[in-house]
Write a protein that binds this ligand. Structure first.
Ligand code: ADP
Ligand code: GLC
Length: 469
């Protein structure tokens, strides 16, 4: 069985969020299970592409309207990733020092068409085409409907929705960018009067998955306008919980850490990493350290954080460190807090992979007050590093964090994404840390042993593929 994953992001080549982590690890675990999985992604002008060698496999041109763009298909020469990596180089559109931009419709349409043009030349066709998110969600439609891709139209397709908030909408003036098809079927592209790639993918993919069972259920009630579509298509939809790459995210092996640690020396290991963070960010060492890592957007509840921190830090009985970027107003507000709470609060605005690893290791608690969380990887990383998650019970957070008051519980959960609910949860966490250090340590060791590696879920995808081949 050979599986082709097609995605805009893939760690460590290009990462904006969890999509990259998933596409950079699931194929590796699938290969270990005996199938052949590879990844096709755009060739961006980023550090990884600068530092690695690629060989050219194919070249052609791709047209958007009347404009032609040259493209090449490149293959990564080294085998360090655990899967074969192919990159589509459409220099004028994709070779930029960023992943997403205002002209993504053109960029990802060219990408998807170039991928399919190249697949047309394959002697042995893939067993499955696995698309990720709206950037690649027109592929199932093009395979099914476009005359040009007829030779590929019996290849089963899977679309994984990592986040239904983003759907890739564009107007009909770009309809001609899609290769010819029977216009009677134009409705497949439509949702609410515009072309909606995610909706199209849901209609045309052979199977649709999302990244946790609870999010799959939630989508039928709340899917940014696609609720009725997901309800209608529910028979081909399935929630499969993401896993984590325990070769990359593992305190025993993590080269980014100040000190590596196992369950046995978790106390000294976490302490050394916390010391580094507290010195670097001028925070008190002896208070419980809460961290937030992520995109500073409403979905993550980031807009609630400035008020939460202002109220929580008034008591000066904990410290807070934020790593993130996104909405400029939230960035500014979080930055401003630094002056009022020195010694207790700091924020790093931007993206920093290394720092994120040290933070998962050195923190005592991780905050995730998300409004929407299809799966969430941060809480799984924090578990692996022995850091207790304080989360809103929603989506994948509900599937991975059990409240401490419940049987086998280990996390602190709140139901609402409100300032009051988050503060209450933070106070519970501080009480646990201050009044019951022994219990805190017991939980910290216990959660490091929860297995969220890809093993089970990679298998679940393979079972799904087999059911449609
Ligand atoms: P999402 O994909 O919705 O952003 P996830 O929880 O699935 O959320 O994954 C987020 C990933 O991005 C994690 O690997 C997290 O550590 C990483 N991340 C988010 N923001 C930053 C940042 N500012 N610096 C470093 N890593 C970050
Ligand atoms: C999306 C979701 C996040 C999920 C990630 C990987 O970015 O917002 O919850 O973990 O994709 O599937």
């Amino acid at each position: 069985m050979n599986i082709v994953h097609i995605s805009a992001e893939c760690y460590p080549i290009a990462k904006v969020g969890g999509l990259a982590d998933v596409v950079g690890s699931l194929p590796k675990y699938q290969n270990a299970l005996g199938v052949e999985a590879c990844v096709i992604m755009p060739f961006y002008d980023l550090t990884f592409t600068k530092k690695h060698k690629f060989s050219k496999l194919y070249s052609n041109t791709v047209k958007l309207g009347s404009t032609s763009f040259d493209f090449r298909v490149l293959k990564l020469e080294s085998s360090e990733l655990g899967f074969t990596l192919f990159l589509i180089d459409v220099k004028e559109l994709l070779f930029k020092d960023y992943v997403y931009s205002f002209d993504d419709t053109d960029r990802f349409l060219a990408f998807q068409k170039a991928v399919l043009d190249w697949l047309l030349t394959f002697k042995e066709k893939p067993s499955i085409i696995h698309c990720h998110d709206h950037h690649t969600a027109l592929i199932p439609f093009m395979l099914q409907e476009c005359y040009r891709y007829r030779p590929l139209n019996n290849i089963p397709t899977v679309l994984t929705i990592h986040n239904a908030q983003y759907q890739g909408w564009f107007d009909y003036d770009k309809l001609s960018y899609i290769p010819d098809f029977n216009v009677d079927n134009v409705g497949l592209l439509d949702w609410d009067g515009v072309i909606n790639p995610l909706a199209t993918g849901i209609k045309c993919a052979w199977r649709v998955t999302t990244v946790s069972p609870t999010y799959m259920e939630e989508l039928k009630q709340k899917a940014n306008g696609l609720e009725s579509l997901l309800t209608a298509e529910k028979k081909k939809c399935l929630g499969i919980l993401n896993g984590i790459d325990v070769e990359v995210w593992n305190p025993e092996k993590d080269a980014y850490l100040v000190k590596k640690y196992t369950v046995r020396n978790n106390i000294s290991g976490k302490k050394a990493n916390k010391k580094y963070l507290c010195e670097k960010f001028k925070l008190h060492k002896n208070k419980p350290l809460f961290i937030f890592i992520g995109r500073l957007v409403g979905e993550k509840g980031a807009d609630l954080l400035p008020e939460v921190f202002t109220k929580v830090l008034a008591d000066k009985n904990c410290t807070v460190l934020v790593l993130g970027s996104g909405n400029k107003d939230i960035e500014k507000e979080l930055y401003k807090l630094q002056s009022g709470y020195s010694g207790h609060y700091n924020a790093y605005t931007g993206y920093n992979e290394k720092l994120s690893h040290i933070m998962y290791a050195g923190a005592d608690f991780l905050l995730m007050p998300s409004r929407v969380e299809p799966c969430g990887l941060n809480q799984m990383y924090s578990l692996k590093y022995g850091t207790i998650p304080v989360v809103r019970s929603i989506g994948g957070l509900k599937d991975t964090v059990i409240d401490i008051t419940k049987k086998n519980g280990f996390g602190i959960c709140h139901k609402e994404a409100t300032v009051a609910a988050i503060i209450k949860a933070v106070k519970k966490a501080i009480t646990l840390y201050d009044d019951n250090q022994q219990e805190y340590r017991k939980i910290s060791k216990k959660i490091m042993q929860i297995d969220h590696s890809w093993n089970t879920s990679a298998e679940a995808y393979i079972t799904l593929y087999k059911s449609i081949i």
